[in-house]
Design a protein around this ligand. Structure first.
Ligand code: ARG
Length: 470
């Protein structure tokens, strides 16, 4: 083993150590099995640091170039599957440094000048998350496109609208789907806001107090694309708010996905039969040959537990920690990595479900809105237009519904004479006012489900999201 880099055995740590770690503790302490994920970012951060050391005259420019060459060599070794650190390396930072020293000899030992693993790990994690935030934004945009495409092909399709999961008022299906486009936009905005607080450089804060080495933090921050640097070195190495913020924002993404997932699950049931699942996104039963199961939305719904759990885990891990770095922070990675992977996978799966996994059964939906009392409010509104006070009209329609229920008929089955027994202002035109398409069409208040309003919203989203082909 190359001397001078800590990790694994007594010869590695500084000279105050006489004995190596107990093998169980060595394994317990190591994070390499999961922080290998940060390899690219660790190399990027180290290259920026090495160049800066050269530019500031802390090391020679020649040495900086050598360090950069060594770090790039490690990158290509990793790409070829030849860089395989083990438990003895403890973590990704030591693994890279050790390999660098093996490659370059004494010059390799200069890389860690003016830096600590504490600011290094914070830098790596932020660079990693920043990239993942950009990936997630692309996935969310794709999901919005998928929802919008479905909405555009259902601008005239009706669907029962519910409150308390009881039939309430019919809706334009496009309107229902656009509600999710709105939620996802809020998620994107929130994640963008989180990105701003991820994009701050802790590098150069060293262990906790800064350094006496004449480094230039602005230099590395700019090279790594950070917006600015942390003003306080203690805050810099002990801030994990960004991990909590990401996981909280991702939890809301999962909440939104799970709500649509739940709707798809019951829409696909025989009781509703509002959608047919395509073979691409459904599975069968090992025993019951007739079954077609909505595994994709069920898994999305189920995976919420992971992301919400990681949010709780991170909050609990950080709570009560004294300044500055504490090893507890090592526990942030698996939580964050899994939250990032799960959220992205779920958004992607839901996009595919929307794009090619389900088909709305328009006839079944049309029949559904014909066969209920969801036009009752419209009778009340009709009477209001004839000068009847709303509350009086509401009571009156309640009595009509009661009578229909007793007779097993719908509002549209009552004759004009029967209607007039309830109120003399009722005329021939009521019938027309009760047709589901009409009921939807008249809801033209801003944000309402009226077809004209929905067309406006479709146009708005089409131009906001663009063609979706880029
Ligand atoms: N593996 C550590 C982590 O994930 C890196 C930082 C270690 N720093 C230290 N002072 N022990 O947080």
């Amino acid at each position: 083993m190359a001397g001078g880099v800590t990790g694994g055995s007594a010869e590695g740590w500084s000279n105050r150590f006489e004995e190596g770690l107990h093998p169980v503790i060595e394994r317990f302490n190591a994070s390499i099995s999961f922080d290998i994920t940060l390899l690219q970012e660790d190399l990027d951060g180290s290259i920026a640091h090495a160049r800066m050391l050269g530019e500031c005259g802390v090391i020679s420019l020649e040495e900086a170039t050598q360090l950069e060459g060594g770090l790039e060599k490690i990158r290509s070794e990793a790409a070829a599957g030849e860089f395989q650190p083990g438990i003895v390396d403890e973590d990704i930072h030591f693994a890279v440094e050790r390999r660098l020293i093996a490659l370059l000899g004494p010059v390799g030992k200069k890389l860690h000048t003016g830096r600590s693993r504490n600011d290094q790990v914070g830098t790596d994690l932020r660079l990693w998350l920043r990239r993942r935030l950009d990936d997630l934004d692309c996935e969310l945009e794709r999901f919005q496109h998928a929802l919008l495409a479905q909405a555009e092909s259902h601008r005239q399709t009706l669907i029962p609208g519910y409150t308390h999961l009881q039939r309430a008022q019919p809706l334009c299906l496009a309107h229902h789907l656009l509600a999710y486009v709105e939620m996802i936009q809020r998620d994107r905005d929130r994640l963008k806001d989180v990105r701003g607080r991820v994009n701050i450089s802790p590098l150069g804060s060293a262990a906790l107090a800064g350094t006496s080495v004449p480094i230039d933090r602005q230099n590395t921050a700019a090279a790594l694309g950070f917006e600015c640097i942390y003003a306080n070195s203690l805050d810099a190495v002990s801030d994990r708010d960004f991990a909590v913020e990401y996981t909280a924002a991702a939890s809301l993404v999962m909440v939104h996905l799970s709500r649509l997932a739940e709707e798809v699950i019951f829409w696909a049931s025989e009781e509703f039969a509002f959608v047919r699942l395509s073979d691409r996104c459904a599975t069968g039963s090992s025993l019951m040959p007739q079954k077609k199961n909505p595994d994709v939305p069920e898994l999305v719904r189920g995976k919420c537990g992971r992301v919400f759990g990681h949010l709780q885990g991170l909050l609990t891990m950080i709570k009560g920690l004294p300044l500055a770095y504490n090893k507890d922070f090592q526990e942030d990675k698996e939580a964050l990595f899994d939250a990032v992977r799960t959220t992205k996978d779920c958004v992607e799966a839901m996009s595919i479900l929307m794009e090619q996994g389900l088909e709305f059964c328009s006839e079944r939906l049309a029949a559904a809105v014909e066969s209920d009392f969801s036009n009752a409010t419209d009778v009340a509104d009709y009477l209001v237009a004839k000068g009847v006070p709303f509350r009086e009209a509401y009571q009156l329609v309640g009595a009509v519904v009661k009578r229909c229920l007793e007779e097993g008929i719908l509002l549209c089955d009552l004759s004009l004479e029967q209607w007039q027994e309830f109120h003399s202002a009722i005329a021939e035109d009521l019938h027309e006012a009760l047709a589901p398409k009409r009921v939807v069409a008249v809801r033209i208040s801003e944000g309402g489900t009226g077809f004209d309003r929905v067309e406006e919203q479709l146009r708005h989203w089409r131009s906001r999201l663009g063609s979706g082909l880029s």
